[in-house]
Design a binder for this molecule. Structure first.
Ligand code: TXA
Ligand code: MG
Length: 322
């Protein structure tokens, strides 16, 4: 009888970071915290390791991956890093922003990272564990969110362990993620920058550096597979902008006056704090996603600032599964 070995979940001290870097160098998969969500990392230059990401996530096809770097300078060897990229990097890196740029012909990253496109996404994360790992490795790490395909992104090591623990080598535990939503993705491959995914770096903040951004082009889904409508979805149906709630429903509340009568309630923020709400969103969706409820009713969340990113994820979670 074969016994599947479950990946150890290690507090991310210096010894664990060394282990992580060694395993990545050897082509193995290592999950690690970033300030946004947990990532499932593979050595970006290794075709076999990157292919392993898609296998572990059970991704139906090869979506492009974000390359994680210790320093902005490393991006220049991988992509054509133009002056707009430099301005955004100077202000927002390290931090929750990914930039899609034209791939250099001598780029060392596996072609699988680009999924057949001629561009590549890069980001310098801010989380000390991610930075410690990347600095020890000294190379780019391709990392999607560390969840099985179709699940909401993980914001704790326990989420990763439950979803992928039997398929990867190591999980570095750095506690719950501070931001809780995936990075903002901006496409800089065309003259007009385009917001592919809203996140904690808002479109307004980015526009202060590089001028107005176009919205995601829904007619070009292959350009941004993460923009496909149903992407961050619990199993239960979501009922958005609920103004009442049934006794057989779970309630995702927001604000000081949560609706009453739900079977179970989680309040994203009783003090109307969007930062707190973003950080709690994915863990709350996972916790409320129980088969004996009819649906998850979701109270309205205001759309300004980080609210745009929260509502983007809620709309996707509510969309019919494709
Ligand atoms: O916060 C994050 O970005 C997390 C952490 C781990 O860094 N990563 C993450 O990766 O969310 P993933 O694979 O779950 O989402 C990456 C998004 C997808 O929407 C993907 O389509 C888009 O970025 N993307 C990546 N490379 C791209 C490219 N070359 N062109 C267009 N979109 C790209
Ligand atoms: Mg993802």
């Amino acid at each position: 009888m074969s016994v599947v070995r479950h990946a150890p979940v290690l507090p991310a001290d210096a010894a664990a970071l060394e282990d992580g870097a060694r395993l990545l160098t050897a082509g193995r998969l290592v999950a690690f915290p970033t300030e946004t969500v947990y990532g499932l990392g593979a050595l970006a230059s290794c075709d076999q390791a990157v292919a392993g990401i898609f296998e572990a996530k059970r991704r139906p096809r090869f979506n492009p991956l974000i390359l994680h770097l210790a320093e902005a300078d490393q991006a220049k060897a991988l992509v054509h890093f133009d002056s707009r990229a430099a301005r955004l990097a100077a202000r927002f890196w390290p931090g929750p922003l990914s930039l899609v740029l034209p791939r250099r012909t001598d780029c060392s990253a596996s072609l699988l990272c680009s999924a057949g496109l001629d561009c590549l996404a890069v980001r310098v994360p801010a989380h000390p564990v991610a930075r410690g790992l990347l600095e020890r490795l000294g190379a780019a790490v391709a990392a999607p969110s560390a969840n099985a395909s179709g699940e909401v992104s993980p914001t704790t090591a326990a989420h990763v362990s439950a979803s992928l623990g039997d398929r990867i080598a190591l999980i570095l535990d750095g506690g719950p993620c501070r931001v809780g939503l995936e990075s903002t993705v901006i496409d800089l491959t065309e003259p007009i920058p385009r917001l592919l995914r809203p996140g904690a770096v808002t479109a307004e903040q980015a526009a202060e550096e590089i001028g107005p951004l176009a919205g995601a082009d829904e007619t070009q889904p292959l350009r941004a597979p993460g923009q496909l409508t149903s992407h961050y979805a619990p199993n239960l149906p979501l009922r958005l902008n609920a103004t009442d709630v049934g006794a057989d429903e779970a309630l995702l509340a927001f604000g000081p006056a949560p609706l009453s009568g739900a079977a179970e309630t989680i309040n994203l923020s009783s003090r109307n704090d969007l930062v707190e709400a973003a950080a709690k969103l994915f863990a709350a969706l996972r916790a409320l996603d129980k088969p004996h409820y009819r649906a998850i009713a979701v109270m309205a969340v205001p759309d300004g600032g980080l609210g745009a990113a929260i509502n983007d994820r809620l709309r996707r979670a509510a969309a019919p599964k494709s």
